[in-house]
Design a binder for this molecule. Structure first.
Ligand code: NAD
Length: 287
């Protein structure tokens, strides 16, 4: 056994992953499985579910893959029951499900707020409520990981309720972490910034500057978008014994955007916390 396997202690564990068949969730499931964690996945996308089932069968992975909506508490409970029946243990929960739409707050309505809270907050509460008693009963502790966002740590114009719901998950995680710490159960968040996924393409990023190599250098200090593995590496770390004394906190795999907090690396002017006049006046003939 290598150093990572020994210290990580992941092999043989069981992980419930909501939204684990596509986007960031699929990357997390793949990397946990590569470390011999047995995944129980719930996902809304039937195509992604079929692909994950095929992938699992081809590689002879011991996995449970359910098609369904994590926002439905009964559907969520059925996944935990299936994991109980198959393996009789639970070590890891990764709450990946989340999503949003872009609109100024004053253009939104209570129906939309409710949908955003259900998609980003309520199922996390249900999943944690299902996971903690199982982890306690196992007596081996556990690791709960929520995928939040950089928008939980800054203003997010056009995404007010999403940002608030994700910030609520972060604060919930802090309190839950303290309540379950005596049981050896750890609760942490991963707050990515820009990681191209099919979901992100649907939301759109304005004028597509973020998909332009020059544009991304302005906004992200490390000068590139996030890769799926930038996030799944963090999930493997938080699931593993390598993070055994880490709880109630957040990892920020964002290439430095949280740290730069409003500073941009303009191609000619360099770092500034405002747009250069050259950019503002481009095309109006004043320069
Ligand atoms: N991609 C990014 O740049 C980014 C940045 C910050 C935060 N996040 C967060 O990361 C998480 C995953 O984002 P993603 O970009 O991979 O999105 P995604 O839509 O691709 O989501 C991953 C998977 O979740 C599934 N899913 C969505 N709603 C579901 C539901 N109600 N029940 C079951 N499955 C459901 C989707 O089918 C998909 O397979 C979200 O919580 C998102 O808010 C993403």
């Amino acid at each position: 056994m290598g150093w990572f396997e020994e210290r990580g202690g992941l092999a043989g564990g069981v992980a419930v992953v909501t939204g684990g068949a596509g986007g960031l969730g699929r990357a997390i499931v793949t990397d946990l499985a590569a470390n011999r964690v047995r995944p129980a996945v719930l996902d809304l996308d039937p195509v992604a579910v079929a692909e994950l089932r095929k992938f699992s069968a081809e590689r002879d992975l011991d996995a449970v893959v359910h098609h369904g909506d994590a926002r439905d508490p009964e559907v969520l409970a059925a996944l935990f029951d299936a994991a109980d029946a198959r393996w009789g243990r639970l070590d890891i929960l990764v709450n990946v499900v989340g999503g949003t739409f872009r609109a100024p707050f004053t253009d939104t309505r209570p129906k939309g707020w409710d949908a955003l809270l259900r998609t980003n907050l309520t199922h996390v509460l249900h999943a944690c409520h299902l996971a903690v008693p199982r982890m306690r009963a196992g007596g081996r502790g556990g690791s709960i990981i929520n995928i939040t966002t950089i928008e939980a740590h800054r203003a997010a114009p056009g995404f007010a309720v999403y940002s608030a719901a994700k910030a609520a998950v972060e604060q919930f995680a802090r309190t839950l972490a303290v309540e379950v710490a005596p049981d050896g159960i750890r609760v942490n968040n991963i707050a990515p910034d820009f990681v191209p996924t099919p979901n992100l393409e649907r939301i759109g990023t304005g004028d597509n500057a973020m998909t332009d190599p020059e544009g991304v250098k302005v906004a992200i200090p490390m000068g590139r978008a996030g890769n799926l593995t930038d996030i799944s590496n963090c999930a493997v770390f938080l699931a593993s014994g390598l993070s055994s004394y880490l709880t109630g906190t957040t990892l920020h795999p964002d290439g430095g955007t949280r740290a730069s907090a409003g500073w941009f690396n303009w191609p000619e002017e360099g770092w500034a916390n405002h747009a250069p006049l050259r950019v503002l006046r481009a095309g109006d003939g004043t320069e």
